[in-house]
Design a protein around this ligand. Structure first.
Ligand code: HEC
Length: 230
């Protein structure tokens, strides 16, 4: 009886110790069952293992007979797994847009940029929502520069006024992005796509509602509002 009791206590203690031994924590990685199920062999982008035979300390179960960690790409120069991008490659941002590199004063090249967002009713509706949210406080709901905050700031542009009606889309996008004069930059608050939607709304709804303006001085240019989207 006594022996049985001692044995079971011992057994329990042993089981306890062995369980504790498996537990991971601190510096101890613990004991893993079938670790290859959890840790896939990553491609090493920078340090290729070129010895196809080298099994290292692990038992390899690769079916092609190569070492477990052999993963260099024999088709690439220097057996690289990760190739360098083509020269002059420009990364796009999360929304798929190229980086906007123009400085605040570079209004002329900015004016040449075309709106990449295709306009339709949904885009204009979204543009209206964004305009009311970000612009109407100063420029007013109708764009006449009569927003409540605008009254405090003063000198807000009347987007329906003669000087502004013919502004190219790229110019408006640039002003939203970088600011101009007394207007602050909105590039960090509004995504590029949303800015272009606002531009559509300003050109096709706000400014199309105003009559086309014909300049009369010697440097006369006929400035016409864009036709509204069907
Ligand atoms: C805090 C007030 C304020 C807000 C918000 C604001 N603006 Fe302005 N905006 C101004 C002022 C002030 C000017 C006149 C700038 C100047 O010439 O000094 C201006 C000028 C402009 C111009 C004319 C630029 C030019 O070439 O002279 C455009 C276009 C414009 N704003 C569009 C927008 C749009 C679109 C939004 C919304 C994304 C917006 N603004 C938000 C205050 C504001």
């Amino acid at each position: 009886m006594k022996i049985a009791k001692t044995l079971s206590v011992l057994g329990l203690a042993l089981a306890g110790i062995s369980f504790v031994g498996c537990r991971a924590g601190g510096e101890n990685p613990g004991l893993e069952y079938a670790p290859q199920m959890y840790h896939s062999i990553a491609y090493e982008p920078l340090s290729q293992i070129t010895d196809e035979e080298n099994q290292g300390d692990v038992i390899s179960n690769r079916e092609d007979g190569r070492g477990e960690f052999f993963n260099s790409n024999i088709n690439n120069p220097h057996r690289m797994n990760m190739r360098e991008p083509v020269a002059n490659t420009v990364p796009r941002n999360k929304e798929g847009y190229l980086p906007y590199r123009l400085k605040a004063f570079e209004l002329e090249p900015a004016a040449l940029i075309k709106n990449p967002v295709v306009s339709n009713e949904a885009v204009l509706a979204e543009g209206e929502k964004l305009y009311l949210q970000y612009c109407s406080t100063c420029h007013g709901k109708g764009g006449e520069g009569d927003g409540l905050a605008g009254a405090v700031i003063g000198g807000v542009a009347n987007l329906k006024g003669g000087a502004y009606i013919g502004l190219p889309e790229g110019h408006i996008f640039h002003v939203i992005t970088k600011g101009k004069g007394r207007m602050g930059a909105h590039g960090s608050q509004i995504t590029p796509e949303s800015r272009w939607k606002i531009v559509h709304y300003v050109k096709q709804v706000i400014q199309a509602a105003a009559a086309p303006v014909v300049a009369t001085d010697s440097t006369a240019v006929v400035v016409q509002a864009e036709t509204p989207a069907k």
